[in-house]
Design a protein around this ligand. Structure first.
Ligand code: NAD
Length: 461
């Protein structure tokens, strides 16, 4: 096995499919973070004054740069994060699309004119200043983009810290921004430790907003730190989403698609439907259909076009996931995974008898799913809501009324009926309960990067 250095000054980035070092990355310290924040504060005064159409044009040029380097970015993510090449291409394309979508925003950041006595009242959506974006390792490109793009479009400058494990694509995006003509200091990527660079973003007075995506535990500490400065904060945290399958649904399709709703990105997805709730009277039939679907998932070298699932991100993550599948675990069946180097974990289906089993209640962040029976609609909603999270979920039924009743009943931010889609750049994304605070993407995100200013102008002497 490769010897890995993880000092505060340098970090060996590991390819999770081979365990080989990809590159050693210099880590910023607190002084470098402070210097970047000061530069970003300086750049804010001119960036916010760039004419709206010009700011939009610069974001479109940035999108063009990402598009021209799409394959390079995708290959970098395969090597750094073990993402399948088809997913990685989608992810780089998502950054481009988010840039294009929000490039229209600077010219549409409308205020209001409110009728009042004695004058004219106008509201403005003012940028906040420096925004600190803190990114996890599971989707390094899209999650970075969902934070920095609307922040820039609204006239803020950005300092961004990628996760220690996966800094490479964010660093490249920082270079592409400069190549596109985005001025120095407007968008700075700072690889570094969470406890050092991330913490400086939280503590520094000149960072006026934090966008944090990561674990609920760290997110709570970030929120507490932001409270010291009444700093704005958006949190995108964990999940334990339910895929609810009713007897009246297209059972074949529900079973054929269920593995991809949880095993995509090796289950390291905050929206993973890691609990499948199945109406009891079709439970056995569903399991019969699920088994070949799980065994059909292609777990292989993520650089292959045919790969559907790659390795886990690290040995540490492998150990965590494995702890949910002890020798006496209620394993119904498993898929396959390559032998040899790499943090490979075969897709695993559990049928715990106790709904309080930690495999049913805790976020595993790996390719392990629990299948649990339910009795009726009320029971399905009760089980889906049983837990601290509320990020995503799916409902399979052919009864339209039931689809809406259950969708309204489940306490979660993003639901799909007869599909497993969670994220579109043009629609809002975020969590209920302990899954987060605020919304990213779509028209809503811009409100998180501006404060409303009200100006009254007297027209009478
Ligand atoms: P993590 O909380 O350990 O780290 C997330 C980021 O926070 C990293 O960049 C890390 O360096 C930084 N960080 C750590 N300590 C910090 C501190 N004290 N101050 C500031 N920053 C700090 O999470 P992770 O292990 O990288 O990611 C996995 C978690 O992220 C899972 O729980 C998953 O559900 C969640 N996640 C949520 C979403 C969502 O949109 N809701 C998306 C992806 C991941």
């Amino acid at each position: 096995m490769t010897t890995v250095s993880t000092s505060d000054a340098a970090y060996d980035v590991i390819n999770p499919a081979t365990e080989q070092i990809v590159r050693t990355v210099a880590m910023a310290d607190a002084a470098a973070a402070d210097a970047a924040i000061v530069r970003a504060r300086g750049a804010f005064d001119s960036w916010r004054r760039i004419a709206p159409a010009d700011r939009g044009r610069l974001l479109r040029r940035f999108a063009e740069q990402v598009d021209a380097h799409l394959e390079e970015l995708a290959q970098l993510e395969v090597a750094n994060a073990g993402h399948t090449i088809s997913n990685a291409r989608w992810e780089a394309g998502n950054v481009r699309d988010v840039l294009t979508y929000y490039s229209a925003a600077p010219e549409r950041l409308f205020g209001r004119q409110i009728p009042v006595a004695g004058g004219v009242d106008i509201t403005f959506k003012e940028p906040l200043g420096v925004v600190g974006v803190i990114v996890p390792w599971n989707f390094p490109m899209p999650i970075a983009g969902w934070g920095f793009v609307p922040a820039l479009a609204a006239g803020n400058t950005v300092v961004l810290k990628p996760a220690e494990l996966t800094p490479l694509t964010a660093m490249r995006l920082g270079e592409l921004a400069l190549d596109a003509g985005i001025p120095e200091g407007v968008f700075t990527v700072l690889p570094g430790k969470g406890s050092i660079v991330g913490q400086r973003f939280v503590d520094h007075m000149d960072v006026r907003k934090i966008v944090f995506t990561g674990s609920t535990e760290v997110g709570k500490a970030v929120m507490a730190g932001c409270a010291q400065h009444v700093k704005r904060v958006t949190l995108e945290l964990g999940g334990k989403s339910a895929n609810v399958v009713f007897a009246d649904s297209d059972l074949e399709k529900a079973a054929a698609t269920a593995p991809y709703a949880v095993f995509d990105n090796a289950g390291q997805d905050c929206c993973a439907r890691s609990r499948i709730l199945v109406e009891r009277r079709v439970f056995d039939r569903f399991m019969e259909l699920l088994e070949p679907a799980v065994q059909g998932v292609r777990v292989e070298d993520p650089g292959l076009d045919t790969a559907e699932m790659g390795p886990l991100i690290s040995r540490k993550q492998w150990d965590t996931v494995a702890s949910y599948v002890p020798d006496d675990a209620p394993v119904a069946f498993r898929g396959s995974a390559p032998e040899g180097p790499g943090f490979w974990f075969a897709p695993t289906v559990l049928t715990p008898a106790d709904p309080r089993d930690r495999a049913v209640t805790e976020e595993i962040f790996g390719p392990v799913v629990s299948v649990v029976p339910f009795e009726d609609e009320a029971d399905a909603i009760r089980l889906a809501n049983d837990g601290p999270y509320g990020l995503s979920g799916s409902i399979w039924t052919n009864d339209l009324g039931r689809a809406f009743r259950v969708a309204r009943g489940i306490e979660t931010g993003n639901l799909s009926v007869n599909s497993h889609s969670s994220v579109r750049y043009s629609t809002p994304f975020g969590g209920f309960k302990s899954s987060g605070l605020g919304r990213e993407l779509g028209p809503d995100a811009l409100d998180s990067f501006t404060d409303v200013k009200n100006v009254f102008l007297a027209t009478e002497g």
